[in-house]
Design a protein around this ligand. Structure first.
Ligand code: RB5
Length: 145
């Protein structure tokens, strides 16, 4: 399952991502916001995405706010979440290969939609590099000795 969340700054891109994923027949849960509301707070939509991702090791999350910064800060407060704010397709690939990211964060006001959709596909289809050094580093980064 892929859990989506956004505030008003990421609403248009989140809608594009949901449509893109549904066209591929992928299972998507839209955690909102489901309408454009300039007064909403991104934190409202981070929690349900995080809860979904943490419910199964194979689940993924995609969070979009204006910059991607707020949602990445909020998501990374949760143990077990590895949220990566990415700005290019290479960042998306490396977030999976080196960091085993389980949540992709995007800045809806700063990324081209077509590029963002390619980042999403890359994030969803790239496995972690099996070299143990990456697992060791992510264990250290997560506070696991
Ligand atoms: C909302 O205006 C904006 O601050 C928010 O979408 C996000 O960019 C925060 O990090």
């Amino acid at each position: 399952m892929i859990y989506l969340g956004c505030d008003h700054g990421g609403f248009a891109l989140k809608e594009a991502i949901r449509s893109h994923l549904e066209k591929q027949g992928l299972a998507v849960t839209d955690c909102g916001n489901t309408t454009f509301d300039s007064e909403d707070d991104f934190t409202t939509f981070v929690t349900p995405v995080v809860d979904g991702v943490l419910s199964d090791v194979n689940h993924r999350g995609i969070l979009v706010c204006g910059t991607g910064i707020g949602v990445s800060i909020a998501a990374n407060h949760h143990a077990g979440i590895r949220a990566a704010l990415v700005h290019s397709v290479d960042y998306a690939r490396l977030a999976r290969e080196h960091n085993d990211a389980n949540v992709l964060c995007l800045g809806g006001r700063f990324v081209d939609t077509a590029v963002a959709l390619t980042m999403v596909d890359t994030f969803l289809n790239t496995p972690m590099n099996p070299n143990p050094k990456y697992q060791r580093r992510m264990a250290l980064a997560s506070g696991v000795k």
